[in-house]
Design a protein around this ligand. Structure first.
Ligand SMILES: NC(=O)c1ccc[n+]([C@@H]2O[C@H](COP(=O)([O-])OP(=O)(O)OC[C@H]3O[C@@H](n4cnc5c(N)ncnc54)[C@H](OP(=O)(O)O)[C@@H]3O)[C@@H](O)[C@H]2O)c1
Length: 283
């Protein structure tokens, strides 16, 4: 029998968390959203404040766990949360990890902590999100008609975060079938950034160009933009991974689980065109 207790969604305003809350609610499942600032519609949860853990987890049966992008010291911030989930009697945790996860990455340490715990778990290991075009890369596309990156001709199997949410919803709705599974989740095809720029150009009706730069020049750009060093390092790593062809893997786990093909990058761009329109331009 599936646990009748509610499902707690961490990062519920985020790329995967937000559509996950909607999907679980639409399926009629009991869901509790969380927020780092107290809000009427969500429980307060801040991984940097352990006093929020027990109240957030009270009565919860399943958890969607995400590592906020700025948290790299997972031993300090997420390991105590794993312990708190055990103490609270949580049954199953779906962790948002990363494709190609390895011991140098914070996600790996959270995976290890879950493996060492008494909790049942499922690891979701997605590729690079399509949503990054509307976040980290948004201003460059909207304001400068360009993607200036150090990914060379490397290809990336962009996944739409809405599809990751769909897999997470399936796992959390019936966790027993997904116990101790690690799912690599990708989009349907791997594209280089020349192709991505062409897709954006067509959807937006203006020329968007991919400007490949070297890693040092890319780093200089990010530093000159005043971005925090942790963010700069993550962006560099993402570009090295793509450049080396390590972001190009296409995997059939997602269509196998969902019984439908993954959303394409084209679909993501078409659904979010307004993100890259300049104010005053015609829709
Ligand atoms: N982006 C990618 O391409 C990609 C690919 C593979 C894996 N991943 C992994 O997926 C995860 C999510 O990445 P994302 O870029 O999609 O991030 P995101 O969901 O946009 O992250 C923001 C979320 O983190 C929450 N948050 C921030 N600080 C927190 C804290 N101290 N305690 C609890 N929650 C906190 C925020 O909640 P509030 O709004 O309430 O502050 C917000 O919901 C990361 O671990 C990332 O490495 C990302």
């Amino acid at each position: 029998m599936t646990d009748p207790r509610p499902i707690l969604v961490t990062g519920s305003s985020g790329n995967v968390g937000a559509p996950l809350v909607s999907l679980l609610r639409a399926a009629g499942l009991p869901v509790i959203a969380t927020a780092t600032r107290p809000q009427p519609e969500a429980r307060h949860l801040d991984f940097e404040d352990p006093a929020t853990f027990a109240p957030a987890l009270a009565g919860v049966g399943r958890v969607f766990l995400m590592r906020p992008p700025h948290i790299s010291d997972t031993r300090r911030y997420l390991r105590p949360f794993v312990r708190a989930m055990e103490v609270a009697g949580v049954e199953h945790v779906a962790l948002l990890s990363l494709m190609g996860v390895n011991p140098a990455m914070p996600h790996w340490r959270v995976e290890q902590d879950l493996r060492a715990s008494s909790l049942a778990w499922t690891f979701l290991r997605p590729a690079f999100f399509s949503q990054n075009l509307g976040a980290a890369y948004r201003a460059d596309i909207r304001d400068r008609d360009r993607l200036r990156l150090a990914s060379g001709r490397g290809r990336t199997s962009f996944i739409d975060a809405r599809d990751i949410a769909a897999v997470a919803a399936q796992v959390l709705a019936g966790p027993v079938a997904h116990r101790a599974q690690a799912y690599t989740l990708t989009g349907p095809e791997a594209l280089d950034y020349h192709r991505v720029a062409a897709m954006l150009s067509e959807a937006l009706g203006r020329a968007i160009t991919y400007e490949p730069v070297g890693l040092l020049a890319y780093r200089r750009d990010l530093v000159a933009a005043g971005l925090p060093s942790a963010f700069v390092n993550v962006q560099l790593l993402i570009n090295v991974v793509a450049r080396l062809g390590l972001a190009a893997r296409v995997d059939d786990t997602l269509p196998r689980l969902l019984g439908r093909p993954p959303r394409t990058l084209q679909q993501y761009i078409e659904d979010h065109r307004d993100l890259w329109r300049r104010s005053g331009s015609k829709p």
